[in-house]
Design a protein around this ligand. Structure first.
Ligand SMILES: [Fe+2]
Length: 289
């Protein structure tokens, strides 16, 4: 298991791929390449239990119903740190992927460590795991930090199994299950060093009609965009708190430059990332100019 990567970075060595919009949020909606050796399934915890899908399977239902989804969009800036220099970001050295927070604090470069120590004071507790993801990325104008600009939530309840296939999909997000038991969901803190490529967060509750089970975030994105809720770009140097029902989306960089992004996840889900993930975790996605 590899949860961190130490490497020298230059703008020339930044990994770049064409932007497709097809996914690559945490829990990509792309079909997965099957691992060579099946890893043992982690224990099913209430946070990730697809209760709606379980009900569909038990009743033999084949049609996905819609429901009224209310996203409270909890979002708050909890602290603002000094904005680091571009040099400090570039030279920080270590990035993380599902790394336990204590390990991350031990291995981090000076800038990331200062962010993690600030974040640790805001960890609420009560979840089994506290993981750190981080990226040190160099953006050209128009680059996107992930391969999607869709409105979405993090840590959705995902099923990739026979129950989903019976409904015609390789993967389904059980949106109703998360919305009916929001307190069970994951909690997040996120930091961004810079304002030139800032995540957009919805800042007011959003109510919309949504299929109970969705194969990707396309439909959710369409319906949120139609409502155009008030939203705010994450301020540079800030740590924001949000949860598993906070709508947000990536935006393209407006200027060239380095950005450190750090996310702290409090979750009951045990994650053991594949060693191949971290090597391409900081890739940026280039939109056509
Ligand atoms: Fe996200």
């Amino acid at each position: 298991m590899t949860t961190y990567l130490r490497q020298a970075r230059t703008s020339a060595s930044q990994q770049v791929a064409p932007f497709t919009g097809e996914g690559a949020y945490h829990g990509s909606t792309r079909p997965r390449v099957e691992p060579l050796r099946e890893a043992p399934a982690p224990p099913l915890v209430d946070e990730l239990r697809p209760r709606t899908l379980e009900q569909y399977a038990a009743e033999g239902r084949r049609d996905i119903a819609e429901f009224e989804a209310v996203f409270p969009n909890h979002h708050a800036v909890v602290e603002t740190l000094p904005i680091p220099t571009q040099e400090a970001i570039q030279s920080d050295g270590v990035s993380f992927c599902w790394c336990p927070i204590d390990d991350a604090i031990r291995e981090a470069g000076p800038l990331t460590r200062s962010v993690l120590e600030a974040m640790r004071a805001h960890v609420g507790g009560g979840k089994r795991h506290v993981y750190i993801d981080s990226k040190i990325q160099y953006f050209a104008p128009g680059d996107v930090p992930v391969d999607s600009q869709h409105w979405h939530v993090d840590g959705s309840i995902v099923a990739r199994d026979e129950r989903a296939r019976r409904l015609g999909h390789a993967l389904l997000h059980d949106m109703r299950a998360r919305l009916q038991a929001p307190a069970l969901g994951p909690r997040y803190l996120a930091y961004q060093s810079s304002g030139h490529c800032a995540t957009l967060f919805a800042t007011a509750p959003v109510t919309l009609t949504l299929p109970e089970l969705i194969p990707n975030f396309d439909e959710l994105d369409r319906r949120v965009r139609a409502l155009a809720p008030p939203a705010v770009a994450q301020p540079p140097g800030s740590i924001v708190r949000f949860d598993g029902l906070s709508l947000h989306r990536a935006v393209a960089a407006t200027d060239a430059g380095w950005r450190l992004w750090v996310r702290c996840v409090e979750t009951d889900r045990m994650v053991t990332p594949d060693a191949s993930i971290i090597a391409c975790y900081g890739k940026v996605y280039r939109t056509p100019t």
